[in-house]
Write a new protein. Sequence first.
Length: 183
Amino acid sequence: MNPAPNLFLVGPMGAGKTTVGRQIAELFRMPFFDLDHEIEAHTGAAVSLIFELEGETGFRCREAAMLAELTARRGVVLATGGGAVLGADNRRFLHERGFVIWLDATVDAQLARLERDRQRPLLRAPDRRVRLEQLAAERNPIYAEIADLRVASTGVGNSTHAAHDLLDLLEARWRRGNTDVAA
Ligand SMILES: Nc1ncnc2c1ncn2[C@@H]1O[C@H](COP(=O)(O)OP(=O)(O)OP(=O)(O)O)[C@@H](O)[C@H]1O
Ligand SMILES: O=C(O)C1=C[C@@H](O)[C@@H](O)[C@H](O)C1
Ligand SMILES: [Mg+2]
């Protein structure tokens, strides 16, 4: 049983929000949305191209509009992008409209998982480890502030285990009546 109106996944790049989110949605039989994907579908351009043409500011505007729309739904799983928590309105919508799960990956896990990725504009840095550590230092306090639940995401092999572990964790929590979900 899932008493949460919506499940929102937050966390850094490569934490598994998209991958684990899609699997969790299947397990709970809830519709799944991926914020980055919806922005791309709506704009007709890849996230990396939006960054190139409009800069990060332009991307954040599109992200905020799409997040406002998707969080207004009921009974969905939404995987956000790594920086979606930066906007105050975004944080308010996430907090008020659903149960926020922080997938907290180590920088080592992120580096291993994203080794071949050439799409994420913020990973185009001379030293990816330094970039990811900087982002973590800036954003971890924000993820911590809005999360209803923090889940360590350290595996590198197969994400299916992570989805099942998360499902068990959520169900055990809700069985205990410890729902503290946003109503
Ligand atoms: N728990 C996990 N165990 C092993 N591999 C994982 C796990 N979570 C994600 N991965 C792998 O890491 C890569 C990145 O995952 P994913 O795209 O889901 O990250 P994300 O959190 O959505 O990142 P972004 O913020 O950039 O959208 C994928 O190849 C995925 O298969
Ligand atoms: O961490 C971030 O700021 C980002 C993460 C991705 O999901 C995308 O939303 C985009 O590449 C920016
Ligand atoms: Mg994603």
